[in-house]
Design a protein around this ligand. Structure first.
Ligand code: FAS
Ligand code: PHB
Length: 389
């Protein structure tokens, strides 16, 4: 088999990129190791920046997003009794949209056949070859048969644990990592949200986040020690903790119900440079991870894809090899600013085990400053809605 672009991974990054390339008439094939149901079974992000919404609009795949997504004009920081509302619409003129990553992936998946986007699911042992040169190829096994796909470029959209990043030689790649000293325990339940906007809470007992997927499906998080196991946290214990950490006003509006998903995930900050090596480009979690505090993970994947699509269109349709050379620096510039925002909001809203009275005093002072300063709120707002691409 031969194509112009081989994409590894059919998560949001791989599918978004595949659709953007097909819309420009660029041949591509997506190789995904899991089945469609498995990919859709992963419950992850819930908040879309305008960049991500804009890509779906550009593709004409935003019908369900427009019908079912929840536009939000603001969100809240809670520090004990105090609630600080960040008025996104007033401060930036923009909104965010609450729409699950699962639904966005479903929209992209469902549209692939009619858009001529070939996605090979259940592709086993996907391996990348000769990515440093101009004639890379990918091999895999499916239904007992060996396959090979020759391409001009290979795009690693294979997430944090995929093979693409490892194709960059040790002497070339540089890693930056911060693993946080707590886990995020999430609970999804088919109950109405406790508040019409998101609430991020920094409470003496720990962090909590009240989010949602719809008016009938809520998503909450609390931070827990890294040693905790999910079996230590029956639903009732999670609901009790959320009520304490979110404060009496929100607690009075929490509707409890059985969890339909309850994972513990360890937040980390991670960046891999460069995001290009020869004919290999990296997009999304294959190149970086952010703590979910800033709701940036999925949205950074989308901005990487925006830059990668521009680079590939430049190469194939304007015969501009410089477009490819510019990709890594362009993507990393936005990646690092989103990493900073996600790290800083995580630092502000969590009680770190190693923190002492001074660090707590700094959190209180920063929240006081945010509560009293339009400039401070604007800085948070413009990062939360997503910096320009
Ligand atoms: P993905 O990991 O989504 O997709 C990679 C794809 O590559 C997968 O389908 C995988 O099966 C495939 N793949 C891997 N290895 C392969 C191989 N060898 N061959 C072929 N295919 C291969 N972000 C937020 O913004 N908000 C959140 O609340 C949030 N919560 C999260 C919770 C969890 C538990 C996790 C893990 C992440 C969360 N994220 C969140 C981040 C998440 O949404 C990612 O940023 C987003 O999925 C990135 O998309 P992709 O880069 O496409 O990677
Ligand atoms: C979610 O709804 O899953 C969510 C929302 C905002 C975040 C993290 C997760 O910052």
């Amino acid at each position: 088999m031969k194509t112009e672009v081989a994409i590894i991974g059919a998560g949001p990054a791989g599918l978004l990129l595949g659709h953007l390339l097909r819309a420009e008439g660029i041949a591509c094939v997506v190789l995904e190791r899991r089945t469609p149901d498995y990919v859709l079974g992963r419950i992850r992000a819930g908040v879309l920046e305008q960049v991500t919404v804009g890509l779906m609009e550009r593709l004409g795949l935003d019908a369900r997003l427009k019908a079912e997504g929840l536009p939000h004009d603001g969100f809240n920081l809670a520090d004990g009794e105090r609630l600080i509302r960040i008025d996104l619409a007033e401060l930036t003129g923009q909104q965010v949209v609450v729409y699950g990553q699962t639904e966005l992936t479903r929209d992209l998946m469902d549209a692939a056949p009619e858009r001529g986007l070939e996605v090979v699911y259940a592709a086993e042992d996907v391996a990348l070859h000769d990515v440093a040169g101009d004639a890379p190829y990918v091999t895999w096994r499916k239904d007992g048969a060996e396959h090979r796909l020759d391409a001009r470029f290979v795009i690693g959209c294979d997430g944090f644990h995929g093979p693409s990043r490892r194709m960059v030689p040790a002497g070339v790649g540089r890693e930056y990592e911060r693993v946080y000293p707590f886990g995020w325990l999430g609970i999804m339940a088919d109950v109405p949200p406790c508040n019409h906007e998101l609430i991020y809470a920094n409470h003496a007992r720990g962090f909590a986040l009240a989010s949602m997927r719809s008016q009938a499906r809520s998503r909450y998080y609390i931070d827990v020690p890294v040693t905790e196991r999910i079996e230590d946290w029956p639903d009732e214990r999670v609901w009790d903790e959320l009520a304490l950490r979110l404060g009496p006003e929100a607690a009075a509006h929490i509707t409890r119900g059985p969890s339909i998903e309850k994972p513990i995930a360890p937040p980390r900050s991670f960046v891999f440079e460069p995001m290009r090596h020869g004919s290999l480009l990296l997009c999304g979690d294959a190149a970086h991870i952010v703590p979910p505090t800033g709701a940036k993970g999925l949205n950074l994947a989308a901005s990487d894809v925006h830059y990668a699509a521009e680079a590939l269109v430049g190469f194939f349709k304007r015969n501009d090899p410089e477009a490819i050379a510019a990709y890594s620096a362009r993507a990393l510039s936005r990646v690092w600013k989103s990493e900073r925002f996600s790290w800083s909001l995580t630092r502000l809203m969590h009680r770190f085990p190693e923190d002492g009275p001074f660090e707590r005093a700094m959190q209180v002072a920063e929240l006081d400053y945010i509560a009293s300063s339009r400039a401070a709120q604007t800085a948070i707002a413009e990062n939360y809605v997503g910096l320009p691409v």
